[in-house]
Design a protein around this ligand. Structure first.
Ligand code: SF4
Length: 284
């Protein structure tokens, strides 16, 4: 299912789902979601991508390289890459093998080299050498998935984008501000609760919270959101969540079975979603 695009604003709204059915109910209301996210933003001020870039092309390259790799390692590799291939046109003229030595340390360097050159050639041929400021056009580029497209839109192109990575997926489900293992559904659920102007910061904030506090083994005793968190047994301020949560989990399980995926009980077993970086290497 494609994005819902608003041409006159360049705004790519989150889609409802990869399924034709609406996603499960979200335990927390939009108002509670906004309050929780605002609180987390205060806990993690200045949240933004840690990738180093100077323009949309560089961020697109860096984000493709960040698959199965730390941002630090990507940032060590990109200066040499950008010095040699400073524009999409320059990268489009390269052969993938020429890049391999420059990006070897980021892992999966052969596949990433092919993605980078394919992306650059498509940008040069289809968009005159300019990274398109449009979600649909971005995800049509080789090696560019919805998360990468939203990263570039939100950080480098000034267009609201809500990247959902494995941290956002885990934290949002634990808190009860989303209820799905499907990143597109979670993008829609969060996007519906938050104003577009807050999408990118909210994503960055949830990622930082997931890296620092709400790790796979969460540090709940250090978390200021625990009173609202379903996983931690909170949410006392949001009575409907107690009723909505079991239905949401049940609905998601049925939906996941339909898609042939494993779904785990968010509350009792912890959120062990498929590793998006591993399974979505070619289209991040
Ligand atoms: S209370 Fe625990 S599970 Fe809930 S968001 Fe905080 S760290 Fe994560």
């Amino acid at each position: 299912m494609g994005s819902v695009h608003v041409p006159n604003r360049g705004l790519a709204l989150p889609v409802r789902s990869t399924s034709s059915k609406p996603g499960p109910a979200v335990p927390h209301s939009a108002a509670v979601t906004r309050r929780i996210v605002r609180s987390l933003e205060r806990d993690h001020p200045g949240a933004t991508t840690e990738l180093v870039y100077r323009n949309a092309f560089e961020l697109l390259v860096a984000t493709i390289l960040s698959a199965q790799c730390t941002d630090d390692r990507v940032n060590q590799a990109t200066p040499g890459l950008f010095a040699r291939y400073p524009t999409p046109d320059a990268l489009a003229r390269a052969e993938p093998e020429e890049l391999e030595g420059l990006i070897r340390a980021t892992g999966f360097f052969r596949a990433k080299s092919r993605s980078l050159v394919g992306m650059a050639r498509a940008v040069a041929e289809r968009h005159g050498g300019d990274v398109p400021a449009d979600l649909t056009a971005l995800v049509a580029l080789p090696g560019v998935g919805r998360k990468t497209a939203n990263v570039v839109l939100g950080h480098a192109l000034g267009i609201p984008g809500l990247p959902v990575d494995r941290h956002v997926l885990r934290v949002a489900n634990r808190l009860g501000i989303a209820a799905s293992n499907d990143p597109v559904v979670v993008e829609h659920q969060l996007g519906a609760a938050l104003p577009p102007g807050r999408w990118t910061l909210a994503s960055d904030t949830l990622i930082l919270h997931g890296r620092r506090i709400c790790k796979p083994k969460p540090l709940c005793d250090r978390c200021h959101a625990r009173e609202d968190c379903l996983y931690a047994g909170g949410a006392a301020s949001s009575p409907p969540a107690h009723r909505a949560a079991p239905r949401a989990r049940g609905a998601e399980t049925a939906a996941a079975k339909t898609r042939g995926r494993k779904t785990r009980d968010v509350k009792t077993r912890g959120m062990k979603t498929r590793d998006m970086k591993t399974t979505d290497m070619k289209k991040r």
